[in-house]
Design a binder for this molecule. Sequence first.
Ligand code: BYC
Length: 338
Amino acid sequence: MYAQMVKTSGSGVKSRSEMGAQEQAFQARIDAGDKIEPRDWMPDEYRKTLIRQIGQHAHSEIVGQLPEGNWITRAPTLERKAILLAKVQDEAGHGLYLYCAAETLGVSRDELLTELHAGRMKYSSIFNYPTLNWADIGAVGWLVDGAAIVNQVALQRTSYGPYSRAMVRICKEESFHARQGFVIMMKMASGTPAQRAMAQDALDRLWYPSLMMFGPSDKDSVHSEQSMAWKIKVKSNDELRQKYVDQTIPQIEYLGLKCPDADIRWNGEKGGYDFSEPDWAEFYEVIKGNGPCNKERLGARVKAWDDGEWVRDGLMAHAQKKAAAKHAAAQEGSGNVE
Ligand code: BYC
Protein backbone atom coordinates (compact mmCIF):
# COMPACT_ATOMS: atom_id res chain seq x y z
CA MET A 1 0.00 0.00 0.00
CA TYR A 2 2.82 2.39 0.75
CA ALA A 3 4.74 2.01 -2.51
CA GLN A 4 4.79 5.29 -4.44
CA MET A 5 4.23 3.64 -7.79
CA VAL A 6 2.73 5.18 -10.89
CA LYS A 7 2.90 3.52 -14.28
CA THR A 8 5.20 5.52 -16.56
CA SER A 9 4.70 5.77 -20.32
CA GLY A 10 8.19 6.89 -21.42
CA SER A 11 7.36 5.98 -25.00
CA GLY A 12 9.58 8.54 -26.81
CA VAL A 13 8.81 11.81 -28.55
CA LYS A 14 6.77 12.02 -31.75
CA SER A 15 8.35 13.62 -34.80
CA ARG A 16 6.42 16.39 -36.64
CA SER A 17 5.38 13.98 -39.37
CA GLU A 18 3.87 11.60 -36.82
CA MET A 19 1.69 14.39 -35.37
CA GLY A 20 -1.81 15.22 -36.51
CA ALA A 21 -2.64 18.81 -37.56
CA GLN A 22 -3.93 19.75 -34.08
CA GLU A 23 -0.80 18.40 -32.40
CA GLN A 24 1.44 20.23 -34.86
CA ALA A 25 -0.34 23.51 -34.12
CA PHE A 26 0.00 22.81 -30.39
CA GLN A 27 3.72 22.10 -30.72
CA ALA A 28 4.17 25.29 -32.76
CA ARG A 29 2.61 27.29 -29.91
CA ILE A 30 4.96 25.62 -27.41
CA ASP A 31 7.97 26.30 -29.64
CA ALA A 32 6.94 29.96 -29.94
CA GLY A 33 6.92 30.24 -26.12
CA ASP A 34 3.12 30.60 -25.75
CA LYS A 35 1.53 29.67 -22.46
CA ILE A 36 -1.11 26.94 -22.65
CA GLU A 37 -4.27 27.79 -20.70
CA PRO A 38 -6.92 25.42 -19.26
CA ARG A 39 -9.48 25.87 -22.06
CA ASP A 40 -6.93 25.44 -24.85
CA TRP A 41 -6.73 22.18 -26.75
CA MET A 42 -3.87 19.98 -25.51
CA PRO A 43 -2.76 16.39 -26.23
CA ASP A 44 -4.02 13.85 -23.68
CA GLU A 45 -0.46 12.91 -22.72
CA TYR A 46 0.43 16.57 -22.07
CA ARG A 47 -2.55 16.79 -19.71
CA LYS A 48 -1.65 13.48 -18.04
CA THR A 49 1.99 14.48 -17.59
CA LEU A 50 0.98 17.75 -15.98
CA ILE A 51 -1.50 16.05 -13.65
CA ARG A 52 1.23 13.61 -12.61
CA GLN A 53 3.89 16.27 -12.05
CA ILE A 54 1.71 19.00 -10.49
CA GLY A 55 -0.08 16.39 -8.36
CA GLN A 56 3.24 14.97 -7.14
CA HIS A 57 4.47 18.49 -6.50
CA ALA A 58 1.32 19.35 -4.48
CA HIS A 59 1.64 16.13 -2.45
CA SER A 60 5.29 16.99 -1.74
CA GLU A 61 4.23 20.30 -0.24
CA ILE A 62 1.78 18.78 2.22
CA VAL A 63 3.87 15.71 3.06
CA GLY A 64 6.80 18.14 3.39
CA GLN A 65 5.00 19.82 6.28
CA LEU A 66 5.47 16.70 8.41
CA PRO A 67 9.25 16.58 9.07
CA GLU A 68 9.27 20.24 10.08
CA GLY A 69 5.86 20.34 11.77
CA ASN A 70 7.30 17.74 14.09
CA TRP A 71 9.69 20.38 15.50
CA ILE A 72 7.30 23.31 16.06
CA THR A 73 6.73 22.40 19.70
CA ARG A 74 10.45 21.86 20.25
CA ALA A 75 11.85 25.01 18.60
CA PRO A 76 14.52 26.52 20.87
CA THR A 77 12.99 30.03 21.18
CA LEU A 78 9.63 31.71 20.74
CA GLU A 79 10.94 33.58 17.69
CA ARG A 80 12.15 30.35 16.05
CA LYS A 81 8.79 28.72 16.83
CA ALA A 82 6.89 31.59 15.16
CA ILE A 83 9.14 31.47 12.09
CA LEU A 84 8.84 27.69 11.72
CA LEU A 85 5.08 27.85 12.21
CA ALA A 86 4.82 30.44 9.41
CA LYS A 87 7.01 28.34 7.12
CA VAL A 88 5.04 25.14 7.67
CA GLN A 89 1.81 27.08 7.11
CA ASP A 90 3.23 28.45 3.83
CA GLU A 91 3.75 24.87 2.65
CA ALA A 92 0.03 24.17 3.09
CA GLY A 93 -0.62 27.24 0.93
CA HIS A 94 1.77 25.94 -1.73
CA GLY A 95 -0.10 22.64 -1.73
CA LEU A 96 -3.34 24.57 -2.19
CA TYR A 97 -2.07 26.62 -5.18
CA LEU A 98 -0.80 23.43 -6.81
CA TYR A 99 -3.95 21.37 -6.21
CA CYS A 100 -5.92 24.28 -7.71
CA ALA A 101 -3.58 24.33 -10.74
CA ALA A 102 -4.12 20.57 -11.14
CA GLU A 103 -7.91 21.03 -10.89
CA THR A 104 -7.80 23.25 -14.00
CA LEU A 105 -6.78 20.07 -15.86
CA GLY A 106 -9.97 18.26 -14.89
CA VAL A 107 -8.91 16.25 -11.85
CA SER A 108 -10.28 16.96 -8.38
CA ARG A 109 -8.24 17.40 -5.24
CA ASP A 110 -10.10 14.46 -3.69
CA GLU A 111 -9.10 12.22 -6.61
CA LEU A 112 -5.44 13.21 -6.29
CA LEU A 113 -5.46 12.61 -2.55
CA THR A 114 -7.09 9.21 -3.04
CA GLU A 115 -4.20 8.29 -5.36
CA LEU A 116 -1.65 9.52 -2.81
CA HIS A 117 -3.28 7.64 0.06
CA ALA A 118 -3.40 4.43 -1.98
CA GLY A 119 0.35 4.73 -2.72
CA ARG A 120 -0.30 5.18 -6.45
CA MET A 121 1.09 8.72 -6.65
CA LYS A 122 4.49 9.90 -5.52
CA TYR A 123 5.77 12.78 -3.44
CA SER A 124 9.36 13.98 -3.20
CA SER A 125 11.79 11.33 -1.96
CA ILE A 126 13.40 13.80 0.45
CA PHE A 127 10.48 13.72 2.88
CA ASN A 128 11.07 10.05 3.61
CA TYR A 129 14.15 10.96 5.64
CA PRO A 130 13.83 11.83 9.34
CA THR A 131 14.52 15.17 11.07
CA LEU A 132 16.37 14.02 14.16
CA ASN A 133 17.29 17.31 15.82
CA TRP A 134 17.13 21.11 15.50
CA ALA A 135 20.11 21.26 13.13
CA ASP A 136 18.08 19.14 10.71
CA ILE A 137 15.45 21.90 10.63
CA GLY A 138 18.17 24.35 9.58
CA ALA A 139 19.45 21.91 6.98
CA VAL A 140 15.95 21.26 5.59
CA GLY A 141 15.31 24.99 5.10
CA TRP A 142 18.75 25.57 3.62
CA LEU A 143 19.27 22.43 1.51
CA VAL A 144 15.75 21.16 0.78
CA ASP A 145 14.07 24.50 0.16
CA GLY A 146 17.29 25.59 -1.59
CA ALA A 147 17.00 22.64 -3.99
CA ALA A 148 13.27 23.26 -4.41
CA ILE A 149 13.98 26.88 -5.42
CA VAL A 150 16.50 25.86 -8.09
CA ASN A 151 13.90 23.50 -9.57
CA GLN A 152 10.98 25.91 -9.18
CA VAL A 153 12.72 29.00 -10.57
CA ALA A 154 13.08 27.03 -13.81
CA LEU A 155 9.44 25.91 -13.58
CA GLN A 156 8.28 29.54 -13.55
CA ARG A 157 8.86 29.28 -17.31
CA THR A 158 6.91 26.03 -17.72
CA SER A 159 4.48 26.04 -20.66
CA TYR A 160 1.28 25.53 -18.65
CA GLY A 161 -0.01 28.93 -17.49
CA PRO A 162 -1.59 28.05 -14.11
CA TYR A 163 1.48 26.00 -13.06
CA SER A 164 3.85 28.76 -14.12
CA ARG A 165 1.91 31.41 -12.19
CA ALA A 166 1.74 29.23 -9.06
CA MET A 167 5.53 28.87 -9.24
CA VAL A 168 6.10 32.64 -9.25
CA ARG A 169 4.37 33.05 -5.93
CA ILE A 170 5.83 29.90 -4.41
CA CYS A 171 9.39 30.95 -5.31
CA LYS A 172 9.04 34.22 -3.41
CA GLU A 173 8.00 32.38 -0.27
CA GLU A 174 10.63 29.66 -0.70
CA SER A 175 13.39 32.28 -0.67
CA PHE A 176 12.35 33.28 2.84
CA HIS A 177 12.28 29.58 3.81
CA ALA A 178 15.79 28.92 2.56
CA ARG A 179 17.16 31.99 4.33
CA GLN A 180 15.59 31.06 7.66
CA GLY A 181 17.23 27.62 7.32
CA PHE A 182 20.61 29.16 6.52
CA VAL A 183 20.36 31.47 9.56
CA ILE A 184 19.76 28.42 11.78
CA MET A 185 22.82 26.77 10.21
CA MET A 186 24.95 29.91 10.76
CA LYS A 187 23.97 29.92 14.42
CA MET A 188 24.69 26.20 14.87
CA ALA A 189 27.93 26.26 12.87
CA SER A 190 29.31 29.15 14.94
CA GLY A 191 28.03 27.75 18.25
CA THR A 192 29.52 25.29 20.75
CA PRO A 193 31.53 22.30 19.46
CA ALA A 194 28.45 20.14 20.07
CA GLN A 195 26.23 22.46 18.01
CA ARG A 196 28.82 22.55 15.25
CA ALA A 197 28.96 18.76 15.22
CA MET A 198 25.14 18.66 14.92
CA ALA A 199 25.28 21.05 11.94
CA GLN A 200 27.92 18.89 10.24
CA ASP A 201 25.96 15.71 10.95
CA ALA A 202 22.78 17.23 9.46
CA LEU A 203 24.71 18.20 6.31
CA ASP A 204 26.28 14.72 6.11
CA ARG A 205 22.87 13.02 6.24
CA LEU A 206 20.91 15.39 4.00
CA TRP A 207 23.47 16.19 1.26
CA TYR A 208 22.86 13.19 -1.00
CA PRO A 209 19.08 13.01 -0.40
CA SER A 210 18.90 16.70 -1.45
CA LEU A 211 20.75 15.86 -4.69
CA MET A 212 18.16 13.12 -5.32
CA MET A 213 15.36 15.71 -5.29
CA PHE A 214 16.23 16.58 -8.91
CA GLY A 215 15.34 13.08 -10.05
CA PRO A 216 17.44 10.39 -11.77
CA SER A 217 20.30 11.24 -14.15
CA ASP A 218 19.14 12.45 -17.54
CA LYS A 219 20.07 9.13 -19.14
CA ASP A 220 17.69 7.31 -16.75
CA SER A 221 14.90 9.91 -16.66
CA VAL A 222 11.90 8.39 -18.42
CA HIS A 223 9.84 11.58 -18.80
CA SER A 224 12.43 14.27 -19.48
CA GLU A 225 12.65 14.01 -23.24
CA GLN A 226 8.91 14.48 -23.81
CA SER A 227 8.48 16.94 -20.94
CA MET A 228 11.25 19.10 -22.35
CA ALA A 229 9.82 18.93 -25.87
CA TRP A 230 6.57 20.28 -24.38
CA LYS A 231 8.50 22.73 -22.19
CA ILE A 232 6.78 21.36 -19.09
CA LYS A 233 10.39 21.06 -17.90
CA VAL A 234 12.73 23.74 -19.19
CA LYS A 235 15.94 22.40 -17.66
CA SER A 236 17.02 18.78 -17.30
CA ASN A 237 17.45 16.95 -13.99
CA ASP A 238 21.27 16.99 -14.31
CA GLU A 239 21.45 20.67 -15.32
CA LEU A 240 19.48 21.68 -12.24
CA ARG A 241 21.47 19.37 -9.95
CA GLN A 242 24.71 20.96 -11.21
CA LYS A 243 23.34 24.46 -10.62
CA TYR A 244 22.37 23.47 -7.08
CA VAL A 245 25.80 22.02 -6.28
CA ASP A 246 27.50 25.12 -7.69
CA GLN A 247 25.47 27.44 -5.50
CA THR A 248 25.64 25.29 -2.36
CA ILE A 249 29.36 24.49 -2.12
CA PRO A 250 30.35 28.15 -1.43
CA GLN A 251 27.62 28.26 1.25
CA ILE A 252 29.09 25.14 2.90
CA GLU A 253 32.49 26.85 2.87
CA TYR A 254 31.01 30.03 4.34
CA LEU A 255 29.56 27.98 7.21
CA GLY A 256 32.98 26.40 7.77
CA LEU A 257 31.48 22.92 7.28
CA LYS A 258 32.75 20.08 5.13
CA CYS A 259 30.86 18.60 2.17
CA PRO A 260 30.45 14.84 2.78
CA ASP A 261 31.54 14.21 -0.84
CA ALA A 262 35.34 13.78 -0.77
CA ASP A 263 35.46 14.06 -4.56
CA ILE A 264 34.10 17.60 -4.83
CA ARG A 265 36.43 19.56 -7.15
CA TRP A 266 36.08 22.84 -9.04
CA ASN A 267 36.28 22.09 -12.76
CA GLY A 268 37.41 25.26 -14.50
CA GLU A 269 36.78 23.83 -17.93
CA LYS A 270 33.07 23.26 -17.35
CA GLY A 271 32.77 26.21 -14.96
CA GLY A 272 31.20 24.08 -12.23
CA TYR A 273 32.00 21.52 -9.55
CA ASP A 274 32.57 17.85 -10.23
CA PHE A 275 30.71 15.79 -7.65
CA SER A 276 29.75 12.21 -6.82
CA GLU A 277 26.35 10.89 -7.84
CA PRO A 278 23.97 9.91 -5.05
CA ASP A 279 23.31 6.23 -4.47
CA TRP A 280 20.60 5.68 -7.08
CA ALA A 281 19.75 2.23 -5.72
CA GLU A 282 18.79 3.94 -2.46
CA PHE A 283 16.73 6.53 -4.38
CA TYR A 284 14.71 3.84 -6.18
CA GLU A 285 14.13 1.98 -2.90
CA VAL A 286 12.84 5.20 -1.32
CA ILE A 287 10.43 5.97 -4.16
CA LYS A 288 9.22 2.35 -4.10
CA GLY A 289 8.10 2.95 -0.52
CA ASN A 290 11.08 1.53 1.36
CA GLY A 291 12.71 4.71 2.72
CA PRO A 292 13.23 5.29 6.44
CA CYS A 293 9.94 7.21 6.92
CA ASN A 294 7.60 6.29 4.02
CA LYS A 295 5.12 4.40 6.19
CA GLU A 296 5.09 7.08 8.88
CA ARG A 297 4.60 9.94 6.39
CA LEU A 298 1.81 8.30 4.42
CA GLY A 299 0.23 7.02 7.62
CA ALA A 300 0.13 10.60 8.97
CA ARG A 301 -1.52 11.90 5.78
CA VAL A 302 -4.12 9.13 5.78
CA LYS A 303 -4.89 9.76 9.45
CA ALA A 304 -5.27 13.53 8.84
CA TRP A 305 -7.68 12.75 5.99
CA ASP A 306 -9.73 10.31 8.11
CA ASP A 307 -9.75 12.60 11.15
CA GLY A 308 -10.91 15.51 8.99
CA GLU A 309 -13.90 13.66 7.51
CA TRP A 310 -16.40 15.21 9.92
CA VAL A 311 -15.17 18.72 9.00
CA ARG A 312 -15.58 18.03 5.27
CA ASP A 313 -19.02 16.47 5.87
CA GLY A 314 -20.06 19.45 8.01
CA LEU A 315 -18.93 21.95 5.36
CA MET A 316 -20.75 20.04 2.61
CA ALA A 317 -23.97 19.83 4.67
CA HIS A 318 -23.78 23.57 5.39
CA ALA A 319 -23.16 24.39 1.70
CA GLN A 320 -26.10 22.17 0.64
CA LYS A 321 -28.38 23.80 3.23
CA LYS A 322 -27.42 27.28 2.03
CA ALA A 323 -27.86 26.33 -1.62
CA ALA A 324 -31.30 24.84 -0.87
CA ALA A 325 -32.36 27.99 1.04
CA LYS A 326 -31.16 30.20 -1.84
CA HIS A 327 -33.03 28.07 -4.34
CA ALA A 328 -36.22 28.20 -2.24
CA ALA A 329 -35.94 32.01 -1.89
CA ALA A 330 -35.47 32.37 -5.64
CA GLN A 331 -38.51 30.17 -6.31
CA GLU A 332 -40.62 32.19 -3.88
CA GLY A 333 -39.44 35.51 -5.42
CA SER A 334 -40.48 34.35 -8.89
CA GLY A 335 -43.86 33.19 -7.52
CA ASN A 336 -42.99 29.71 -8.70
CA VAL A 337 -43.58 27.76 -5.47
CA GLU A 338 -43.13 23.99 -5.96
N1 BYC B 1 11.07 11.96 -5.54
O1 BYC B 1 11.49 10.71 -15.53
P1 BYC B 1 11.77 11.43 -14.27
C1 BYC B 1 9.41 21.29 -1.27
C2 BYC B 1 10.10 9.90 -10.11
S1 BYC B 1 8.33 20.44 -2.25
C3 BYC B 1 10.10 11.10 -5.88
O2 BYC B 1 12.99 12.26 -14.23
P2 BYC B 1 10.11 13.80 -14.14
C4 BYC B 1 9.13 21.50 0.13
C5 BYC B 1 9.26 10.52 -11.21
O3 BYC B 1 8.05 11.05 -10.69
C6 BYC B 1 9.21 20.35 -3.79
N2 BYC B 1 9.94 10.65 -7.14
O4 BYC B 1 10.48 12.29 -13.85
C7 BYC B 1 7.88 21.25 0.65
C8 BYC B 1 9.08 9.35 -12.15
O5 BYC B 1 8.13 8.43 -11.62
P3 BYC B 1 6.59 8.35 -12.16
C9 BYC B 1 8.75 19.27 -4.67
C10 BYC B 1 10.78 11.13 -8.07
O6 BYC B 1 8.75 14.03 -13.60
C11 BYC B 1 7.65 21.36 2.02
C12 BYC B 1 10.42 8.64 -12.04
O7 BYC B 1 10.97 9.00 -10.79
N3 BYC B 1 9.15 19.64 -6.00
O8 BYC B 1 10.40 21.64 -1.75
O9 BYC B 1 10.36 14.15 -15.56
C13 BYC B 1 8.70 21.73 2.87
C14 BYC B 1 11.36 9.01 -13.16
O10 BYC B 1 11.83 10.38 -13.05
C15 BYC B 1 11.79 12.04 -7.79
C16 BYC B 1 8.60 19.10 -7.11
O11 BYC B 1 7.77 18.23 -7.05
C17 BYC B 1 11.93 12.46 -6.45
N4 BYC B 1 12.89 13.31 -6.05
O12 BYC B 1 11.17 14.64 -13.25
C18 BYC B 1 9.96 22.00 2.34
C19 BYC B 1 9.09 19.67 -8.41
N5 BYC B 1 12.48 12.32 -8.93
O13 BYC B 1 5.95 9.67 -11.84
C20 BYC B 1 10.17 21.88 0.97
C21 BYC B 1 8.22 19.34 -9.61
C22 BYC B 1 11.92 11.59 -9.89
O14 BYC B 1 6.68 8.08 -13.62
N6 BYC B 1 8.61 18.12 -10.24
N7 BYC B 1 10.91 10.86 -9.40
O15 BYC B 1 6.02 7.21 -11.39
C23 BYC B 1 9.64 18.02 -11.13
O16 BYC B 1 10.33 18.99 -11.42
C24 BYC B 1 9.88 16.67 -11.77
O17 BYC B 1 8.71 15.89 -11.61
C25 BYC B 1 11.12 15.92 -11.19
C26 BYC B 1 11.18 14.52 -11.84
C27 BYC B 1 12.38 16.68 -11.54
C28 BYC B 1 11.01 15.75 -9.68
